[in-house]
Design a binder for this molecule. Structure first.
Ligand code: GLC
Length: 421
């Protein structure tokens, strides 16, 4: 691995965004992920905003074209089919919106990055914001109606809804599922990427089982909420919605819309996030709401408490540790955990876009030296390995797909912002 220079990487990063642009929306990477993914698309917009703000807004508008009548914004929007991907639109069978889509959502980062776009040029953004705020509001309302536990923590109904597909946070819930015969299927992911870097077959059977269940119920929120088979409250989506709500309130103010509901949601989720603290691990972790079992996993998303506007002094020690335990933090699971696997997706690898959110939160909370360390290490791992999907936190080896949109995007919008290189 050799260190690439900053200017070459800037050019490459812009090239990746352009190359993954499918005409108004951006795919995460060709082959492995050939459609529009929800949070990937928002990071793409953040990246575009560093050199083409109108294109950044177009990305967001395209994402919201996929919004369902319920207010939910799906995790994948299938604008056209592509046999390179499994499970595609025919498997999901969700045709409730303008496009075929998946039937689940993803962490709602949109309000936060829409605010960043808007603040870059309020005059340009204002008319778009007028149309987007009601859509954001409807999506957040949907979360409060269908994904908020009695305690106020936000839960997911499928591992993919968290965006952290094979995290140990789902292990106990996944083990309890009895997928039976999900029928024959051919995975496509393992023909693009080394299988040792991907979820296992047992996990895939269960992912599919939950998709088949939703499909059978017509992706109807009320029907799916009856006798649920998978409900896990988790720090990632909870902290992200908490943060996004605060940003939505600011956006409501910007367009003169009353934000009192949004502020009430914020208070409720903040209470919920506190329930995710686990003394046993000295950090935030996930709870299987069907059994009360804790995952006991300290994952990278626990470090989003600052991003969420919930600075927590108890997280300082784990932060210091995680920044020094591995050469390329933040690992998606701390290396002390027996389930740690430095290359397997969300069970160890470092994801640059997660670092960008952690880093924003640290900087906003005055933890500037930690924020700077994280930014420098992220710069280093990308300079060595390029714009990979994720990285081995110990060796820095690039892993998963390459020419990845969100890694390129955060290079431009976060790593390089304020960089001296
Ligand atoms: C994987 C990731 C998810 C991401 C998607 C496309 O499923 O776990 O977070 O959105 O790939 O990049």
């Amino acid at each position: 691995m050799k260190d690439l220079d900053y200017e070459t990487l800037d050019e490459d990063a812009r090239g990746i965004l352009r190359q993954n642009d499918r005409g108004g929306f951006t795919i995460p990477t060709s082959g492995l992920y050939p459609f529009q993914w929800n949070w990937d698309s928002v990071f793409a917009a953040w990246g575009f905003s560093t050199f083409d703000l109108p294109r950044a807004w177009a990305e967001i508008e395209a994402l919201f074209e996929g919004q369902l009548p319920s207010g939910m914004v799906p995790h994948i929007i299938f604008r056209k089919d592509d046999s390179d991907y499994f499970p595609g639109p025919g498997v999901w069978g969700c045709d409730l919106g303008a496009f075929s889509s998946s039937g689940i959502t993803q962490p709602p980062v949109a309000a936060t990055f829409i605010r960043k776009l808007y603040e870059q040029d309020p005059a340009l953004g204002r008319p778009i914001l007028e149309t987007l705020v009601p859509k954001l509001y409807a999506w957040h309302q949907w979360f409060m109606d269908w994904r908020c536990s009695d305690d106020g923590a936000i839960f997911v109904t499928h591992p993919w809804e968290s965006g952290r597909d094979n995290s140990p946070d789902w292990d106990s819930s996944m083990a309890a599922l009895e997928p039976g015969d999900v029928g024959p299927y051919t995975r496509r992911d393992t023909s693009h990427v080394d299988p040792s870097m991907r979820p296992t077959k047992a996990e895939y059977d269960r992912y599919l089982y939950l998709v088949q269940r939703g499909r059978k119920l017509g992706w109807d929120d009320a029907a799916m909420a009856e006798a649920p088979e998978f409900q896990v409250a988790e720090p990632g989506i909870s902290f992200i919605l908490l943060r996004a709500n605060r940003d939505l309130a600011a956006l409501c103010d910007a367009v003169g819309r009353d934000a009192s509901d949004v502020n009430a949601w914020t208070a409720r989720i903040e209470t919920g996030c506190k329930t995710l603290w686990n003394d046993e691990i000295g950090g935030y972790d996930a709870v299987n709401l069907l059994t009360g079992a804790r995952s006991g996993a300290l994952s990278s998303v626990a470090f989003l408490c600052w991003y969420a506007g919930m600075p927590d002094a108890r997280m300082q020690a784990p932060l210091t540790r995680v920044l020094s335990d591995v050469a390329f933090p933040v690992p998606s699971l701390v290396p002390q955990d027996a389930r740690f696997d430095s290359l397997r997706y969300w069970r160890g690898p470092t994801w640059g876009f997660v670092n960008s959110m952690i880093g924003l939160g640290l900087a906003e909370s005055g933890l500037t030296s930690e924020a700077e360390t994280l930014r420098q290490r992220t710069a280093e791992v990308i300079r060595k390995g390029g714009f990979a999907e994720y990285f081995d936190p110990i060796t820095g080896a690039p892993a998963g797909g390459d020419s990845f949109t969100w890694t390129a995007a955060i290079w431009l919008a976060w790593v390089r912002a304020g960089s001296e290189g």
